[in-house]
Write a protein that binds this ligand. Structure first.
Ligand SMILES: [Fe+2]
Length: 244
């Protein structure tokens, strides 16, 4: 079964669209206010009503920021981990104990950015929760798209693996942006879980990793940087007025 990949993303967050025989799937949204540009770009490819699903890799402001606005324009259901719900309804990134920035550069970004809130999202019957990894919503529909739990960046982090092509959309389980080092996401909720998720991604033997920030990269980099956080404590976001 053919699944075509499109990218209508902005400068910061990639917005991948999967064109499938059962309709279109968006992976994440982006920062609040980005809906107009997203819908313009989407409309060059399909009708808004063709967007059947939004796969939310996790509930951060740069991924769920215009989710509420987008849901008013398209009929899509949202596929997500249940742990995303409190953050979506609060419109605020989580900051669990032990979380922090992976690098000084990441901490600097946090100091500059300060606010990590977004318009709250109330999904109601638009939500399709992936409670456990056996809940393979897309495979049950007959689509070759495997949902993979990738906690660590956040507790609700999930990715999407295409076994036919080896493409892995990892959300923020890894990052290839200018401000990230060693393919590591600048913010990590739980380092050991994050590293276990890297082991899981390596074991999948993907051909190409598609992060939400930055360009796709080789899975060899996961092996190369797997130990990047060993002995490197996360940097607490001290004195920040808003949670991230
Ligand atoms: Fe994130």
């Amino acid at each position: 079964m053919d699944i075509r990949i499109h990218n209508v993303g902005g400068y910061i967050t990639q917005n991948y669209l999967l064109e499938t025989p059962l309709g279109w799937i968006a992976i994440d949204t982006g920062y609040s206010g980005g809906e107009k540009k997203f819908l313009q770009r989407l409309s060059r490819l399909c009708r808004p009503e063709d967007l059947k699903y939004i796969f939310l890799t996790h509930s951060h402001d740069d991924h769920a920021g215009f989710l509420a606005a987008l849901l008013e324009a398209v009929p899509a259901k949202v596929i997500l981990h249940p742990a995303a719900l409190p953050c979506l309804e609060a419109g605020e990134n989580a900051e669990p104990a032990g979380s922090g920035y992976a690098t000084r550069m990441g901490a600097l970004f946090g100091l500059v950015k300060k606010s990590f809130t977004f318009p709250p999202v109330h999904l109601g019957d638009r939500a399709v929760f992936v409670e456990k990894e056996d809940d393979q919503f897309f495979e049950e529909l007959g689509l070759p798209l495997r949902i993979v739990f990738l906690p660590g960046h956040t507790a609700d982090s999930i990715g999407l693996f295409l076994p036919q092509t080896g493409q892995l959309f990892c959300g923020d389980a890894a990052m290839n942006a200018v401000i990230s080092l060693g393919r590591h996401t600048i913010w990590i909720d739980n380092v050991s879980e994050f590293q276990r998720s890297w082991d899981k991604m390596i074991a999948l033997k993907p051909v190409r990793i598609y992060p939400s920030h930055g360009t796709p990269f080789s899975p060899k980099d996961l092996l190369k940087y797997r130990r990047f956080m060993d002995g490197r404590p996360v940097i607490q976001p001290n004195n920040q007025p808003n949670k991230r």
